[in-house]
Design a protein. Sequence first.
Lengths: 321, 226
Amino acid sequence: MKRTGYLYDSNFLLHETSSWHPEVPERLKAIHQGIQKDGLLERLVPIKASRADMRWIETVHEKAYIDRFNDACVSGVRVFDSPDNQMCDMTFETALLAAGGVLNAAEMIMKEAIDNAFCAVRPPGHHAERAAAMGFCYFNNVAIAARYLQIEWKIQRVAIIDFDVHHGNGTQHIFEEDATVFYYSIHEHPSFAYPGTGRDFEEGTGKGKGFTKNSPVLPGQGDEAYRAFLQRDLVPAIEAFVPEIIVVSAGFDAHEEDDMSGIRLSTEGFSWIMEQIVSLAETYTRGRLLSVLEGGYALHRLGELARNHVTILLEGGADVR
Amino acid sequence: MFVSKSMARKVITVTPEDGILTAREKMKTHQIRHLPVVDPEDRLVGIVTDRDIRSAMPSIVLEDYDSRKEREKLAKIRVHEIMTRNPVTVLPTHTLQDVLMLIQSTRVGALPVVDEDGRIKGIIGVRDLIRAFINVLGIGEPGTLLCILVEDKIGTMKRIVDAVTEEQISIGSILVARSWEEGKRAVFPYLLTQNVSRVKQKFTDLGFTLLDPLEWYLDQLPPDGR
């Protein structure tokens, strides 16, 4: 049994988009309800959200971008950088709180107060570029956490595993020249899905060449393709990289009942993926694993998906559905 | 859509009297495969390609025992001996469509661009066309591609665009592919958003058929396979 941390704060609901937008507060409510069921919540270590120290945000995002985002938000701008990025007065604060909460989780792992954690945050982060908001994302939570772990805790090698159905363009671009952060993403093939990057020949640049790996999956495929890709692409790459911590961009939108993609992963498929990741963490990082929510829009499925996800963090890969 | 906008303006050239080893060096240095051959007034007199040079080379490996002799022989060959005279050219006022059709029919990789007096102005090749098409496809920008199979009749595109507009989604491009199925077209709206579930539902409600992505075809070989 692991000590698993859980980050949730009702303030994450304050970031509002619009009634027809898929990235809505109800997503987190569904996740939190799922985790409250069957006494699961009581088995978790609560993690507090707090505003991130600006110096950590600035390890990833340009100062000018952060200011532009804040200014837009307080001056009543409701669509920022791209039409997908709708916001309200509280968006900047919520984004800051989400990033800060993830940093708190990272700190607790490093202080060995917990072994691993799941951060149920909004807004998501993996599309956010150094100087641009994109695809519902503002601050790149996992990227900021990776830099924090490197700077504050002298972690040499961070592996980021991203199974959101969309490619994490922001995370890839932030670390593409960096050999100390390995980025792996499995997602729907970019010729069929947003954002149009993450082709299998994108492998990093300069010093970072070989430290980015992408597995594009064709629409209509599901559990079997994910099994094959993870075994072929992810496992040997982690074996070669030997990370000291694994950070997960956990998106649940590859589910067969999620209409944001053409990928058909089953609920069991998601569990299998997480079991693999947990077992990689067992082997290479002494169990240290930080999982952060990205997408996932099938409200009726998010509860069970999050519950399974957290149960696997607690109990390991073994006999979970 | 004019050649003048898409061509390379800095043209690397050779003269008819240059040796072919000089030409080969220039190709290597600039990573190009076509060198326009010009006279002292910059008038185009021919074109030499990496293939012309390779054909002029002896089949033996240059490092062989008499490599020096071979090298001297090669060094004496002048560009005008192996170049193509009167190559296919275009004017800066030709269009990218002209170039596409010409490249397809002549099977050359690049066309020198000359003015009315035959003076070299630029060169345009397959790579420039690829860049132009990456641009019009919009795939440099984040978005989602859909594919709708529609009847080939007037007004269909309006209904598609109206549906996208009602969802306040920006359009990166709309491509139309010829189908080998009689009376049908495949329409590919490339939408600059991650958020396509609603517009997809709308298309279905409008009676359009959203094609299974695995059956999409931007291009297919014609039935005769050519």
